[in-house]
Design a protein around this ligand. Structure first.
Ligand SMILES: *Cc1c(COP(=O)(O)O)cnc(C)c1O
Length: 392
């Protein structure tokens, strides 16, 4: 029998996604409901976006007030809310300057441009990028150029020249690719789409050192692993390896479409100047109200500490589940971005979970990715484990 909600919901859309047969309508706390009223425990959070969960009154009220005040003004002028959001983000990123974008992909584009402009202005002749295998940085031509996934890339080649790919967590393989034309090294401190791969401390520190020695910029893509998810505000802070440029998006607006790239004063002073880069919507008052309020709630509620506590509990529960359940071969990740590797098709498991009222997503074909709202409590983790037990 055809679901009329699905037939209506898919009309006219370009078929670019293999969507699940679910039509979502509303959210409340850490649960979402479909058009037929079925309730789902949400361990996907709209792909690591809805960190405060759904229906946070303080957040929603801030957005409503901003709508009545000013939604958009363009970047021809300053606006009060953008200033607040910038200060908030710079405080938690420990960076010096920020540029607001409309998505993660655009943050990557901006970061790559800033790195190239830095080299151009300093007349170093550098233009090459080193990226990582299993990386994901987005789907625009620039972001795709540093994304190592053949299926995503091949139909759109040739992409931007000057990119090579090193092995993640293999410092020697990075070193081998360095030339006197290397302008920046870009990596996720924890690879999300690539299967929940956590960077080793020696790898992160080694890259920072290599960049310093060779005059190369380090770009950290924190779009998925940043904003509290690993138990620190940004994942690089677990290692103390401050990047020269970093990108963020997903959770920084708690569901309002906004991204950003931030940089040190040195990069800001020697890279993008008026006319080099821009966006009409980027950093408008509406999205900046979301960013400012999200950061405020994160800090006041000490969400990173909550993530550390919940993350440890989740790891413990998943490890116990692994011992009891033959289909789990590995538990990995950090904080509230964890993966379980299965020895059976993940797609089937995700579908079975939907029937049980649980939203989970995959990362590559063999890993289930758990990226719930950061406000989950132990009882929700217990509920997850109960549901996973049935499904697996
Ligand atoms: C999601 C993601 C992107 C792309 O962000 P969009 O907002 O989808 O454009 C880039 N990098 C990483 C690590 C991501 O997880």
């Amino acid at each position: 029998m055809k679901n009329p909600y699905i037939e209506d919901a898919k009309k006219g859309l370009v078929h670019t996604y293999n969507r699940f047969p679910v039509v979502l309508e509303k959210g409340e706390g850490v649960y979402v409901y479909d058009a037929e009223g079925k309730k789902y425990l949400d361990f996907a959070a709209g792909i690591a976006v809805s960190s405060l969960g759904y229906g946070n009154k303080e957040f929603n009220d801030a957005l409503k007030a901003q709508i009545d005040c000013l939604i958009h003004s363009s970047n021809l002028y300053y606006n009060t809310t953008c200033g607040k959001a910038a200060q908030a983000l710079l405080r938690v990123t420990q960076m010096d300057r920020v540029f607001f974008t409309n998505s993660g992909t655009e943050a990557i584009e901006g970061a790559l441009k800033a790195a190239r402009k830095y080299a151009y202005q300093k007349q170093t002749g550098r233009y090459e990028f080193i990226a990582m295998k299993d990386s994901f940085h987005g789907r625009s031509m620039g972001a795709l150029s540093v994304t190592e996934h053949e299926a995503y890339r091949t139909p759109f080649e040739p992409l931007i020249p000057g990119v090579s790919f090193a092995e993640y967590n293999n410092l020697d393989s990075v070193r081998e690719l360095v030339t006197d034309r290397t302008c920046a090294i870009i990596l996720e401190p924890l690879q999300g789409e690539g299967g929940i791969n956590t960077a080793d401390e020696a790898f992160m520190k080694g890259i920072r050192k290599l960049c310093d020695e060779e005059g190369i910029l380090m770009i950290c893509d924190e779009i998925q692993c940043g904003m509290g998810r690993t138990g620190t505000m940004f994942a690089w802070q677990n290692y103390g390896t401050k990047p020269d440029i970093m990108t963020m998006a997903k959770a920084i607006g708690n569901g309002v479409p906004v991204g950003a790239f931030a940089m040190t004063e040195d990069v800001a002073r020697h890279s993008l100047e008026p006319g080099d880069h821009g966006t009409t919507y980027g950093g408008n008052p509406f999205v900046c109200a979301a960013v400012a309020k999200t950061v405020e709630i994160f800090e006041r509620e000490r969400l990173t500490e909550h993530v550390q506590e919940m993350g440890a509990y989740l790891t413990e529960k998943l490890t116990r589940l692994q011992a009891a359940c033959g289909s789990i071969t590995e538990v990995r990740g950090k904080g509230l971005i964890q993966g379980i590797r299965l020895n059976k098709p993940v797609a089937e498991t995700v579908q079975a979970a939907l029937r049980e009222g649980l939203l989970i997503i995959s990362a590559r074909s063999d890993v289930i990715r758990l990226v719930p709202p950061l406000v989950i409590e132990k009882e929700h983790i217990d509920e997850l484990i109960e549901k996973l037990k049935k499904v697996l």
